[in-house]
Design a protein around this ligand. Sequence first.
Ligand code: ZN
Ligand code: ZN
Length: 173
Amino acid sequence: MIELTKLGAEGLRLEGQEARLPLEGQDALREIRWQLFALPSGSDVFLEVRGEAIWECACSRCLEPFEQHLEISSQFLGSKDADLVARGSHALGTQDLDVVFLPEQEIDELALVREQFMLNVPMHPVCKDECQGLCPRCGKNWNKGRCTCPPESHTEPSALAKALSGLKLNLES
Ligand SMILES: [Zn+2]
Ligand SMILES: [Zn+2]
């Protein structure tokens, strides 16, 4: 726990390692290394969280589990001043910092690190750029071969599409 009321003017540096931290759903972080810096700024506190980990997640296209290396680095201002939080950002020196509501007198450093990772994981992770995803009809993983469903593009062209292709031919002739 970091006791904010007891922070010295020089701030506090912490670092640590965790073997594994569960995230939401099936996701988890593994081999986490993190550093945290807390520096008092008036009644607020400047916080910097850096870290790296292996992220165990599932592909948003084919749903297969995979893992990727993640690095995070975030700086923000923790404040119990509701007005400051409502404004959303605060200039500190040359930096424009996001302001996060932090009403507690103490911070659980590991919860903060976990939260920062969660805010920084990609929304739609993809196992590989060329991932084919799942068949929308039968759900087969197309990375493991095609299914026998008729491809979506083989549906009848609409009347408009026919009219447009006719128009194009006319223009070319
Ligand atoms: Zn995939
Ligand atoms: Zn299919």
